[in-house]
Write a protein that binds this ligand. Structure first.
Ligand SMILES: *Cc1c(COP(=O)(O)O)cnc(C)c1O
Length: 353
């Protein structure tokens, strides 16, 4: 079985070996130390800086998106959302549920985000911007430098869902002027789904989070941060995934972040070159290293089924309007050039190239 999906992804042997073992009790100093170490490594990998905070939630990525949005903003705010696909739309829906006013920068499929798209909103006041750094539904990688400059000019907070970009594309909270980042366990961290984190810089923590009532109970970030100060969580967390997270963060830290991102970037380039040589069309907007969309005239889902049923290869199908038009090939997780050779061979046979 080979997964070229965007979560869950192919896992690493050292993580697979650990799963299935007896879990420890977690209200202990030992577990607390592990959690504090995870927080320190994660903040370093993200360039979060002095006084930054991390909250670990037992929830899928969407739980962390909701915790962040409702923790930082409310009915008295107005947000600007980059809405270029399914995950941008999710931010808009979260704001809708919490009664937070928002304007959406709506990008049709295929269009690259540019400064012109922001222009109509430049005269209006906003408390913050919500963006999915890699809009995983299309694979578009947004220009964080451009978005960050816009936010700084207008005094807006910048909240980045880097769930699929973290460890795949370069990202540095201090340098890129990002106030909060959201990540999740099942993407490039290559762990089981179930743990997500919100990492925030000092300013948004003190001036927003601490001063607001989120209206949330289970997902209240304040409560999580308070407990994380001593390496604990308010409720029983996914203990096993948190232990795996620590092992993975140590592994990435030892290998070096640049090496890690470099490997994914190399695999993305390797696949794109092979696909281009076979004449497989790909979009021309900027792409994240995490995923490559490949374009079809209408039979995308049939190709997905053939790859899965005849070759044991699972790529990522698309939903909604893009179901027949787009398959997405992931580059995160434990994959090698050999895996892409197998995928390209299978694609060649299925497409008759
Ligand atoms: C995977 C992903 C999420 C989280 O989805 P869940 O199914 O809730 O884990 C959120 N945003 C982006 C950009 C993603 O790729």
């Amino acid at each position: 079985m080979r997964l070229f999906t965007v979560g869950p992804v192919m896992m690493y042997p050292e993580i697979l070996e650990g799963s299935g073992k007896q879990l420890p009790y977690f209200r202990t100093n030992q577990f607390s130390e592990t959690m504090l170490e995870s927080e320190a490594i994660l903040k370093r990998l993200l360039g979060a800086g002095e006084g930054s905070k991390a909250a670990f939630l037992t929830a899928s990525g969407t739980g962390a998106m909701e915790a962040a949005v409702a923790g930082f903003f409310g009915r008295g705010d107005r947000l600007l959302i980059i809405c270029g696909g399914g995950f941008g739309k999710r931010f808009a829906e979260i704001c809708g549920v919490h009664g937070i006013p928002h304007d959406d920068v709506v990008l049709p499929f295929g269009k690259a985000l540019s400064e012109e798209d922001l222009e109509p909103f430049s005269g209006k006041e906003y408390s913050g911007m919500l963006v999915n750094m890699d809009e995983t539904s299309t694979g578009q990688l947004y220009d964080i430098g451009m978005l960050s400059a816009f936010c700084r000019r207008k005094g807006m907070y910048l909240i980045v869902d880097a769930i699929s970009s973290f460890l795949a594309d370069p990202l540095d909270m201090e340098k890129d002027g990002i106030d909060a980042v959201i990540i999740s366990s099942q993407k490039a961290l290559s762990l089981a789904p179930g743990i997500s984190a919100v990492v925030m810089r000092r300013g948004i923590y003190k001036d927003r989070l601490l001063r607001r009532d989120s209206g949330l109970y289970y997902l209240d970030l304040k409560h999580h941060l308070l407990d994380q100060e001593r390496g604990q969580t308010p409720f029983t967390p996914a203990v096993g995934i948190l232990l795996d997270l620590n092992a993975m963060l140590r592994k990435i830290s030892e290998e070096g972040l640049e090496t890690w991102i470099g490997r994914t970037a190399h695999l993305a380039a390797y696949f794109r070159k092979g696909a281009a040589e076979m004449g497989i069309p790909m979009p021309d907007y900027p792409l994240s290293n995490a995923v490559t969309p490949i374009l079809f005239g209408g039979n995308a889902y049939d190709v997905f089924l053939k790859l899965r049923d005849s070759y044991g290869i699972t790529v990522t199908p698309s939903g909604g309007d893009l179901r027949g038009r787009v398959l997405r090939v992931g580059h995160i997780g434990n994959l090698s050039e050999e895996d892409y050779d197998a995928l390209l061979d299978a694609l060649g046979e299925v497409l008759g190239r």
